[in-house]
Design a binder for this molecule. Structure first.
Ligand code: SF4
Ligand code: SF4
Length: 162
């Protein structure tokens, strides 16, 4: 990251995480934090000064339930901050291996979960056509999806080293 740090970029879109007083109301309200390593209070503190917050795996563990944001006594738009940090991270290619895998599948097949032989057989047993009414059945639509994804520069994310 060059010119701005994360906190400055958040400020530019109206999110002031420096208002955080580290009370912990957010992490205490976080259902995801009960089951994962996500500590949203710590994440916000980290985002205030460390660009390496972009590499934090916990960044991707928020389910965007908004519990924290509704309860923050400083009215910080915590979820918006997390989504913005994710966007910055993605633009710099700092996404998880799982994201890369899904992007590759989307670009190649137009599906995050392409159909496989087992699913096609199952469909047949249920009296359905082997292929669903999606790009699997209409290759010309797949080309349109590929054009659309390219116009969004989704493939560029894969150009970065993870
Ligand atoms: S609830 Fe708000 S003020 Fe308290 S730690 Fe979380 S972000 Fe900071
Ligand atoms: S929005 Fe994300 S960080 Fe906030 S409480 Fe829900 S899961 Fe936790």
């Amino acid at each position: 990251m060059n010119k701005n740090n994360v906190q400055e970029q958040l400020k530019e879109v109206g999110i002031d995480i420096l208002k955080c007083m580290q009370c912990g109301m957010c992490s205490g309200s976080c259902p995801s934090g009960r089951h994962t390593s996500l500590n949203v209070r710590r994440l916000i503190r980290h985002a205030c000064k460390n660009p390496d917050v972009l590499r934090k795996k916990e960044l991707w563990m928020c389910t965007t339930c908004y519990n924290c944001q509704e309860r923050c006594p400083r009215n910080i738009n915590i979820v918006d901050a997390i989504l913005k940090i994710r966007t910055i991270a993605a633009h710099e290619g700092m996404i998880l291996a799982e994201h890369r895998h899904v992007i590759k599948l989307l670009i190649e097949y137009g599906h995050a979960v392409p159909i496989d032989e087992m699913s096609m057989n199952k469909r047949e047993q249920l009296g359905l056509e082997r292929l669903p009414e999606t790009v699997h059945k209409y290759p010309e639509a797949l080309e349109e999806i590929k054009t659309l994804l390219k116009s969004c520069n989704l493939d560029k994310i894969l150009d970065h080293d993870s």
